[in-house]
Design a protein around this ligand. Structure first.
Ligand code: PBG
Length: 314
């Protein structure tokens, strides 16, 4: 009886349709390689990615976020906005196969595509915000031309949401939404991602354009600024160490709110579980439900597939 009542009055649920699975796509053919610091996560070549996404969709994970790992990098991130770039080809292939059955979100940033690993172009040893904006706008536009449903800028340059909105509108893509990583901290929790995406900065760090984890007040201002520029949804990243920030942004804004349960959060759970130190399934459930309790509408998480599988009983 108590269980029946508990189920009835439960406030928050983790459901596959609330989760977005990040996926890494690489050049080549026949590739599915595990990322060593993220057990259970793989880099896929386009031909392998498509059947994998089809499997995800059949499990109920019908929202994916694509990250490209290109062959060629240069100082201005040319491969990010090429018409036949890795993400552009991946989007087109996934959409050709699955069309409206999957929602494809693309990460818009230069760090995976620049030889120096920074999220923008460099002038005089520093990231040049304003010279980066047109390149981000071009990247977003090339993703949408390829068929992306939503673009998600994660670079943290000032003014990029406005620049992307304008570029999309100018080509008739007024209805394509922007998810802005409005509140993104300079976090140590991104470590495994930078291995996966080969995007670690080759000099310096990202502290000049990502936020200081010691600050919270800024977060609401950042979110409001991006909404004013045209962001349709905003994201707080990382998630676990920033629950207070999630609930502040929730209280101060009305747009849909997301968080990114990042690579370091995933890797820690996997490492402890592999040692038999924690009950993985319960840790994952508790972690994800806490994001919804804090005020999120959707969560980007490497656990999406695994949660959907347990839901489906497979
Ligand atoms: C930048 C980007 C990063 C992540 C998502 N987009 C890395 C960074 O800012 O260094 C991190 C995601 C994760 O850790 O899972 N393109």
């Amino acid at each position: 009886m108590n269980t029946i009542l508990r189920d009835g009055i439960r406030e928050f649920h983790v459901r596959p349709e609330k989760l977005i699975q990040p996926l890494f796509v690489v050049e080549g053919n026949g590739i599915q390689e595990e990322i060593s610091s993220m057990p259970g996560q793989y880099r896929y070549s386009v031909d392998q990615l498509v059947p994998h996404v089809a499997r995800l969709v059949s499990l109920g994970v019908d929202k994916i976020m694509l990250f490209g790992v290109p062959h060629d990098k240069d100082d201005v991130g040319t491969s990010a906005y090429e018409e036949a770039g890795i993400v552009q080809r991946a989007v087109a292939a996934v959409k050709a196969q699955l069309a409206e059955r999957v929602l494809v979100i693309t990460d818009v940033c230069l760090c995976e595509y620049t030889s120096h690993g920074h999220c923008g172009v460099i002038s005089g040893g520093r990231v040049d915000n304003d010279r980066t904006l047109p390149l981000l706008a071009q990247t977003a536009l090339s993703h949408v031309r390829a068929g992306a449903d939503i673009v998600a800028p994660s670079d943290m340059m000032d003014g990029r949401v406005g620049a992307i909105r304008e570029a999309l509108d100018s080509e008739g893509f007024e209805t394509v939404p922007i998810i802005s990583y409005a509140v993104k901290y300079a976090s140590a929790f991104y470590g495994p991602f930078r291995d996966a995406a080969e995007s670690a900065p080759q000099f310096g760090d990202r502290k000049s354009y990502q936020m200081d984890p010691a600050n919270a007040r800024d977060a609401v201002a950042e979110a409001r600024a991006d909404i004013a520029e045209g962001a349709d949804m905003v994201m707080v990243k990382p998630g676990l160490a920033f629950m207070d920030v999630i609930s502040r942004v929730r209280a101060a804004t009305d747009v849909p709110l997301l968080t990114y349960n990042v690579s370091g959060e995933y890797a820690m759970v996997k490492a402890a579980a592999a040692n038999g130190w924690i009950d993985e399934a319960n840790i994952v459930e508790e972690t994800l439900v806490s994001f919804f309790r804090a005020g999120c509408d959707m969560v980007v998480t490497y656990f999406a597939e695994q949660v959907a599988k347990s839901y489906a009983g497979v």
